[in-house]
Each structure stands twice: as C-alpha cells, then as structure tokens.
Design a protein around this ligand. Structure first.
Ligand SMILES: *Cc1c(COP(=O)(O)O)cnc(C)c1O
Length: 457
C-alpha cells in the first residue's frame, strides 16, 4: 500500500483537484436520486478481482454517482436541517483522515484530542454550564442523545437500590426529535409525550408529572427539553423546566442538536436562559456550526457520571489507563470506542476564523428567517403559520392541499431550482401540511428566497 507509484500520484491529484473545485463552488448542481438498477446500469461492476483502477472509479463517482446526491450546502437547500461546512473545516476533514489518529484514548490521540477539547471548551462556554462541565464529540445528535440518556439512567439506578429493577420513564414533548423516541427503544425505557408541539413550559411539565400514576412517578428519571425544535425552531422554557427537574430530582437533558449553534448568537441567546442548569446537552456542529458530517457533541454538567456509565473495561484496554498515558479519554464519555477525532475540522476552522465569524454566520441564518417571514407576508397568496423561530419558517400557500405541496417540492427539485419540503404543524388534534424553510447557509440570498416563493404563486 505504501509504494507510491504514478497511479497513486494521479489519483491523489484528481482527488485534491476535485475537492478544491467542489468547495469553491457555492451553488453546486442540485442532484437527484436515481433507482438502484439505473445507477448499476450506468456504472457497471465496480468491485472486481483485479480492481477497475482509481481513474475509472473516480470518474464514475464524479460523473455519475455524486450527481445522484443532493448537495446539502446548496444555498437553496432549505429542507430538513441543511449544513454549510466551512472550506477550512472540509479541508481539515481530509487531514483528519490522512493523519490516522485513533480518537478513543489520550495515549494514542493526545494531540488530536487536545484540539477537539479546545473546540469543546468554546462549546461549553456557550452553554454557561458551571466549572467542571465538559463534553465529547460524537457521530451526531442521535449518538449524543443516546450517550446522555444512558448516563442519566445509570445515575438513577445508582441513586437507589430499588430502581435497578425498574423500567425507566422519560418525559418529553411532541416537538422533541424522533431520535429521542428511537433511542428510548434502544435503552428500553418508556416515553411520556406532552401532547403539544408548542413550547414546553415548567407548568406544562409539572402538570404532566402530576398526571402520572404513583408507579409511573417511581420510574420517572429524566426530562428531555428541546433547545430549538427541528420542525419549528421552538425553544422550550428551559429555566422553568430546570426548576421542576430540580424539585423532582430528575435528570434534565437539553437536546439542542439543531438550535445549539444559536447559543453563539447574541440576538437570541436569552431564549436559552436556563440551559446552564442542564445535566446534559446535545449540540450538533454538523448542523449549525459549519462542520462537515458527521459531528455531534454531548456535554455533561458532571462528566464523572458519564465516565461511570460509559468507560469500557477490558484487559487489552488497561494500558491506556497507564500513568504515562494519562489525559482525557473520549471513549469514556459516550457510546463509541474506536472513534475518528471528528471535532478536529471544527477546531481548525474555529482557530482559523475566530469565534466572531461563527457568531456572524449564525446570526445571518436568523436574519434570513426574518427576511423570509416579511417576504411571505408580502405575497397575498402566502401567510405565516407562526412567527419565524431561530432559523425555521413555517408558512402556508392559501388553498393548497397536501398534494400541492408535494408536487411543488418535486417540481422545484426536478428543475434543479431548490430543495424545499413540506412538513406538518399540529393544531389541537389535527395536523396541517405546510411549507417550511430552515436556514443554515450564510450564502443564501434574498434573491434565492424570492425565487422559491415565486414558484408558489
Ligand atoms: C437533527 C437532530 C437530532 C439528530 O441528530 P443526528 O445528528 O441527525 O443524529 C436530534 N435532535 C434534534 C433536535 C435534531 O434537530
């Protein structure tokens, strides 16, 4: 593998050239999925006894396969939660791979983990958590939520003998991300859903707790609040919820996978008041902190509780606990052992640009949502469903049925114009299909928004 022949040199140059040209393209072609059989017909067999050669494999990827993907950083990709990694972060993602750093233990990864921890210190500082709080980078929000939930349940089991036998129960609201329910299945706990997609308040939480049976109350160990719902950008009443969790001795987790980036934005920071009282927090740098996939983060008020829940034991691992290897071991604080130092691209980009640029780029997403809100109100056929929150905008095209939104989405995508998808918003007991924008990319312009809105009239 280490014989550098001309093929390898050519392949390397092709890859570097492609990477550079891709990250300098601000509006890459909006690709489309194709059926698997069609892709197979276009590329043929790629895994063969002799190999098809780097040049050919690369050509197939560049000319066929990547064009069957949607570039999530396109300025008119406003669906789901988009991403817009900085060029610095993308280039350093290549370096992260090239450096072959094992990110589980300080003994092997010290220099890389040091960088991750510098970036983590900044993230922790944004939360306002007390001295001693710290975190670790994960593969994403799902893994971060899972790691926090495992820690919460383990802590609960350790606090009273009796809980060891109980099946746990968590409270969250309808606005919580699907990963909360999915990860509750993984750790086999029940979820009580407060039935509103609007902001969960301290009183709402208290009422939910009061409605539990004595048996359920006994099993309740955690509350998951959301710091920016994925659908609508709603931030729960974190301070009120923290108060109730304190009184009731419940673990308080804040899922800010999407919204966490907005902790950097002065204009909305007050909405997160109370997050500094959380036991654990999830933030996804691959969403609103301009990192490439995949990079999430879980932060704990008391990391020691996470270590108790996650540190793996094994005779082959003892060496890493040796005095000469002492330092921060990321493997001890989340579910994964072998791990990429996936916080490294964020570190490089932060170090290069400074935190002020991050603040400004996040503020830009928030102002784009406000601008879009005003523009929507200026079209007689359109109206806001609710005021924009963080960088999410929910709006309706008067008279449209769900199918109209679906056709609109597919047409815009087919035309290579934009990827904007509908969602549902809950009114009482019924759901309305509406249009949704989520802004992340600071390069999105007012003209981009207007182009999309014009396709609805
Ligand atoms: C996106 C999201 C998640 C899941 O994060 P992944 O990185 O996709 O695993 C969890 N919670 C919220 C609020 C999210 O927006």
């Amino acid at each position: 593998m280490h014989n550098i022949d001309m093929d390898v040199v050519d392949m390397t140059l092709d890859v570097m050239k492609y990477a550079i040209s891709r990250i300098t393209q601000t509006a890459p072609e909006l690709g489309h999925p194709k059926k698997e059989e069609e892709l197979r017909r276009l590329v043929g067999e790629t895994i063969t006894d002799e190999g098809i050669g780097g040049e050919k494999a690369f050509r197939l990827f560049r000319d066929v396969l990547v064009r069957a993907t949607v570039p999530i950083d396109h300025p008119r990709h406003l669906a789901f939660v988009p991403a817009a990694p900085t060029r610095a972060a993308v280039m350093f993602d290549l370096i992260t791979s090239a450096s072959s750093i094992h990110g589980a233990y300080w003994m092997e990864g010290a220099g890389g983990i040091f960088c991750e921890n510098e970036a983590m210190k900044w993230l922790v500082s944004l939360t306002g958590l007390p001295e001693g709080a710290f975190g670790v980078f994960t593969s994403g929000g799902t893994a971060a939520n899972l790691s926090a939930m495992v820690t919460a349940r383990e802590h609960w089991r350790n606090t009273a003998e009796a809980h060891g036998r109980d099946r746990g129960l968590m409270i969250t609201s309808v606005g919580a991300h699907s990963s909360i329910k999915a990860m509750a299945k993984v750790i086999d706990v029940d979820v009580y859903l407060v039935d509103s997609e609007d902001r969960l308040s301290g009183e709402g939480l208290k009422a939910a707790i009061d409605s539990l049976s004595a048996e359920q109350r006994q099993r309740l160990f955690a509350v998951v609040a959301t710091g920016g719902t994925t659908n609508a950008g709603i931030i729960d009443d974190l301070d009120g919820i923290a108060g109730i969790c304190g009184q009731e001795q419940l673990w308080f987790h804040v899922d800010a996978a999407y919204g966490g980036g907005a902790l950097a934005a002065d204009s909305v920071r007050h909405l997160f008041y109370g997050i500094e009282r959380a036991d654990s927090i999830t933030i996804d740098p691959h969403k609103w902190l301009f990192s490439p996939y995949d990079c999430g983060a879980v932060i704990y008020k008391d990391p020691e509780l996470a270590r108790k829940a996650h540190a793996q034991e094994g005779s082959y691992l003892d060496i890493f606990k040796d005095e000469g290897a002492q330092g921060f071991n990321p493997a001890d604080y989340q579910i994964q052992l072998t791990r990429r130092v996936r916080g490294l691209p964020l570190w490089f980009s932060l170090a290069m640009h400074g935190t002020k640029m991050y603040k400004e780029a996040v503020e830009r997403g928030i102002s784009l949502a406000g601008i879009a809100g005003d523009m929507i109100e200026s079209y007689p056929q359109l109206e806001l469903v609710r005021e924009p929150s963080l960088s999410c905008v929910l709006f309706r095209r008067k008279g449209w049925l769900p199918d109209d939104y679906t056709h609109w989405t597919y047409k815009n995508h087919r035309d290579g114009l934009a990827l904007v998808t509908p969602t549902k918003w809950k009114h009482g007991n019924s759901y309305e299909t509406v249009a949704r924008f989520c802004f992340i990319n600071p390069d999105t312009t007012e003209e981009d928004i207007k182009m999309i809105l014009d396709t609805m009239v």
